[in-house]
Structures are given as structure tokens and as C-alpha cells.
Design a protein around this ligand. Structure first.
Ligand code: ADP
Length: 451
């Protein structure tokens, strides 16, 4: 049964909505959808209404009612199911049928009875809604014309109203129909205004959407180009850099005794420069790789990840008498190389940017929220002024020179890119001379929410 109903609906929608060109879902698309939905429900109603109409024909000798009923059903089926008919034609037949039905009712009941007038008004308002704004007044003109016709019909006895229980007088008809005409014209004036507003709004939204999509695409292309450029540059730079380093080494070992102190110093400067450049190139390579991790989501035990960090940095930690504390770190679904990079970069900075006379102390914590994990890494280091909170996440931006604190200005850019790639956010809160807390979030994955 459900299958038949959805097939029936699909057939009507295909004829009335999809066959029309308004694929962009403008106002006309919604007008046609409304019309199709009306048809979907009115057809079964027409069949149900056959029961009282057959009853009237059989017991009250009003066969014409059943005849009219069958004509109406035929027209509705034509509108709904005959393919290759324009939607505008379908709508026109529908509206004219509704008007014809109102006229028939007007003839067979008392012309000035309220229900018939409401029927005319409904037919007019509905037609204004489903047709283009430019036809809005036609439907009121039609009501005006029908009202004048009935006025004459009542005055000059053109139609046999004798079967009516309560026959109207011309004056009565003029009084009620003028109200009807007034309401119809009012609708013709106001309803298009609403549609105009909606139309403007939709086209504005569509234009914005198109512009947004175009700039998003352009940005994506530029980003990809840039990433590719960074990757190629950093990859290709390694070879000449290796040559510089190795020839500098050869120079100092083979000709070192022929050089004076100044010459040896210059070679040391060149070697240090090459080492630093190598680090920058490697960092840049790491940065360009963030958006193309080959690894899939996996369960990552953060306790194990941090213990591993302690082992890796054992020497640095011992030399600085640093303390790194955490309790109850969770196991989460994420991309292991990326989350590792984030923790390593933030912890490395916590160890590096310490106060001269204070041993570093770093606290790591995790807080579970409904849809994401929130991590915080707090240090007791030199701190950062709030005006630099944005700057430090940008590539190659540093607040210190290499003599003070070593570095290339890439670590936090990599951390930010990695966190954002995993769908989270990163930020910090810091007090100069007191310490910094870096926060980042990692959205829970679907598998994690089911765990
Ligand atoms: P790098 O450490 O190589 O300079 P980063 O991108 O990791 O590059 O950091 C950028 C800048 O942010 C650093 O130069 C430093 O001035 C500042 N910074 C980062 N982490 C901290 C921290 N924990 N405490 C104080 N300053 C920090």
C-alpha cells in the first residue's frame, strides 16, 4: 500500500515539478510543489466525494451532480498523470475547474450564501499563489466578471434558481459579492508582494552561494598550489643543502690548517647557517605534509604517547630538571601522526620557553565533552603577550631570535594545521612571566561515541 502511494506521489511530482525547469528551487519551484501536493491529496478526496454524489443522484434524482463529478475526476486525472503537458497548462485547467465548481455550487445553492463566496475567494487566492505574479489580477477580474454575470442572471431570471430554498435578491447579491470582489482584489495586490520579497531573498541567497562556492574553489586551488610548492621546494632544497654542508666540511678538514682564525669562523657560520636551513626545510616539509596524512583513524592511547615522549626527550628533561605531569589521559580515535605532532610541538615549546632560573613544570589534562575532547597543556614559562596570540600560529612567525631561543617558527603552525585537519580548534591563554596554557579540541569520531 505504501509502495503504491509513493509511486503515485512520484508520478505526480515528476509531471508537475520535475518536468518544469525550476531546478534551482526558486519561487516557481515551490509554487509547482504546492500545486503538485494539492493534486496528490485532492484526487483521493474526489473519489471519496463520489459516495455522497451517487447518493444524491440515486435518491434525489440529481444525476447531473454525478455527471459533473465524473468530469471533474477525469480532468484531475488528466492534469495529474498525462505526461508532456506543460505545468502551466495543468495549473490553468485546475484553477478553471475550481472556478467552474464554484459557479455550479452558486447555481445550485443560494447565490449569496457564505460558503459559496468563501469557495470563490479560496479559488482566487489559491490561483494567485500558484501562478506567476503577473497574472495576479486576472483571477480577481474573473471573479468580478462572474459576479456581474450572476447579478444579471438574478435580475433578469436568466438562470432557473427555482430549486433553491432561499433565493437571493439582486440587492443581496450586490452587497455580498462586492465584499467578495474587494477581498479578491486585496489578495491580488498583497500576495505578489510577499512572493516578490521571497523571490528577492532567494536570488540574493543564490548569488551569495554561487560567489561563495567560486571563491572557495579558487581558495582551494591556491592552497593546493601553495602546498605543492612548499612540498617541492622543501624537498628539492635538501640536495643542494647537503652539498653545501658536505663541501664546507671538506673545506674545514682539508684546508683548515691553511686558514686563519677569521676564515675558520666564517666556515663555522656557514655550517651553522646550513644546519639551520636544513631544519627550516625539514619543518616546511612536515608542514606541507599535514594535509595529506596517509594514515587512517585509529585508537591512540595518549598515556602511552606521553610516556613515549618522556623517553624520547629524556636528556632534555633531565638537563632542565623538568617535570611533566598528567593523570588519566584517554584513548581516543584519531590520526596518530597528527596528534603526536601536536603534543610534541606544544610540549617542546613548554620545555624550551622556560624562565632562566626556574625548572620547567608542565601539566597536561584532558576533559571529555559530549562531542569532543578538550586538552590543555600548561607551562610555567616566560608567557606570551595577548597581542601575539594570533601571530604565533602563523608560519615562520617568532617572538624571539635564534640566539635567545632556537627555532624556526613552524611548530605552532604545524600544530594548528594538524588540529584543524582533525576538525578541532586550538588557542591559548597566557600571562607574561607566569606561564602559558595551550588548549586544543579533537572531535569525537562516530566509533568513539559508540565505544
Ligand atoms: P619556534 O618554537 O620554532 O619558534 P613555534 O611556532 O613553535 O616556533 O612558536 C612560535 C613562537 O611562539 C615562538 O617563537 C615563541 O616566541 C612563542 N611560543 C610558543 N610556545 C610558547 C610557550 N609555551 N611559551 C612562550 N612562548 C611560546
Amino acid at each position: 500500500m505504501i509502495e503504491i502511494w509513493s509511486k503515485y506521489k512520484r508520478a505526480i511530482l515528476a509531471n508537475c515539478v520535475l518536468s518544469s525547469v525550476e531546478a534551482n528551487k526558486g519561487v516557481n519551484y515551490w509554487r509547482n510543489s504546492l500545486f503538485a501536493t494539492t493534486l496528490i491529496f485532492i484526487l483521493p478526496l474526489c473519489f471519496i466525494a463520489l459516495i455522497p454524489s451517487l447518493f444524491l443522484s440515486t435518491f434525489e434524482n440529481k444525476e447531473y451532480i454525478t455527471l459533473l463529478h465524473f468530469i471533474t475526476i477525469g480532468l484531475m486525472c488528466f492534469i495529474a498523470f498525462v505526461p508532456s503537458v506543460k505545468t502551466a497548462t495543468r495549473k490553468l485547467i485546475f484553477s478553471l475547474t475550481v472556478y467552474a465548481f464554484a459557479i455550479t455550487l452558486n447555481i445550485f445553492t443560494s447565490p449569496s450564501s457564505g460558503s459559496v463566496l468563501v469557495y470563490f475567494l479560496a479559488a482566487c487566492v489559491y490561483s494567485i499563489i500558484i501562478f506567476d505574479n503577473k497574472y495576479a489580477y486576472w483571477w480577481s477580474h474573473l471573479v468580478l466578471f462572474i459576479s456581474i454575470f450572476f447579478g444579471f442572471a438574478i435580475a433578469f431570471d436568466l438562470i432557473d434558481f427555482s430549486h433553491n430554498v432561499d433565493m437571493s435578491s439582486v440587492n443581496e447579491w450586490i452587497a455580498v459579492s462586492s465584499n467578495l470582489i474587494f477581498l479578491c482584489y486585496l489578495s491580488s495586490a498583497l500576495i505578489p508582494k510577499i512572493f516578490k520579497g521571497i523571490e528577492n531573498y532567494i536570488s540574493e541567497q543564490q548569488q551569495l552561494k554561487t560567489e561563495l562556492e567560486a571563491s572557495k574553489k579558487a581558495l582551494q586551488v591556491k592552497n593546493e598550489e601553495l602546498e605543492h610548492y612548499a612540498y617541492v621546494a622543501s624537498h628539492d632544497l635538501q640536495e643542494p643543502l647537503r652539498m653545501v654542508t658536505s663541501f664546507m666540511h671538506k673545506l674545514s678538514s682539508n684546508y683548515g690548517d691553511q686558514l686563519d682564525e677569521k676564515g675558520k669562523k666564517y666556515i663555522t657560520f656557514a655550517e651553522n647557517g646550513a644546519v639551520r636551513m636544513k631544519q627550516i626545510v625539514l619543518d616546511l616539509l612536515d608542514f606541507s605534509r599535514v594535509n595529506r596524512p596517509s594514515d587512517k583513524l585509529e585508537r591512540v592511547d595518549l598515556d602511552a604517547l606521553l610516556s613515549n615522549y618522556l623517553e624520547l626527550r629524556e636528556g632534555t628533561i633531565a638537563a632542565a630538571s623538568a617535570k611533566i605531569n598528567w593523570t588519566d589521559m584517554p584513548t581516543i580515535w584519531t590520526i596518530k601522526p597528527l596528534i603526536t605532532t601536536v603534543f610534541h610541538n606544544l610540549l617542546d615549546n613548554g620545555l624550551k620557553y622556560r624562565k632562566k632560573d626556574t625548572a620547567p613544570s608542565i601539566d597536561i589534562s584532558a576533559r571529555e565533552q559530549k562531542d569532543y575532547w578538550e586538552f590543555a597543556i600548561s607551562d610555567n614559562g616566560i608567557g606570551i603577550e595577548s597581542q601575539f596570540y594570533d601571530k604565533i600560529f602563523k608560519l615562520f612567525q617568532r617572538l624571539h631570535n635564534s640566539n635567545e631561543y632556537e627555532g624556526t617558527g613552524v611548530g605552532l603552525s604545524i600544530a594548528k594545521r594538524s588540529v584543524e585537519f582533525m576538525g578541532g580548534q586550538i588557542g591559548l591563554h597566557s600571562l607574561v612571566g607566569v606561564g602559558s596554557t595551550f588548549y586544543f579540541t579533537i572531535p569525537k569520531k562516530i566509533n568513539e561515541r559508540q565505544d
